[in-house]
Unconditional design. Sequence first.
Length: 136
Amino acid sequence: MATPGPKRLTAEQLKARGARPDRVRSRLAEETGGTLARLLPRVRDACPVPEALTETAAVALFRHVATHYQLELIGESVLVQACFALQRANQCRLAIDQDGLVDARGGKAVAHVLLGAERDARALFLRLLDRLGLLE
């Protein structure tokens, strides 16, 4: 019969023993399943919508998540950045739709310069939503 291994300490126990902060964060991520958002009753009011967030879909996403999920402080920051990434991607999409996918000036067809920016903003948006645990 195999003997059980040593008992793993919780994040709070590691912190109390003076463990390195990165190990405490790592253990906390293991304990919470790596998510920064939980679907729980609200403990406090939702965080206010940032003034620079003006695009309709980004504001709606922010309000929905801030209202229905209890976010840690870092989770609120990640949510704000995700909404800004969504806003940026949608702004790029509008410009691309207005100008066309291909720029044929100069006799050579070239892809629109904002295609890469839109792709990167959407990828960042999805990574941040995954980090919040909202894609599960």
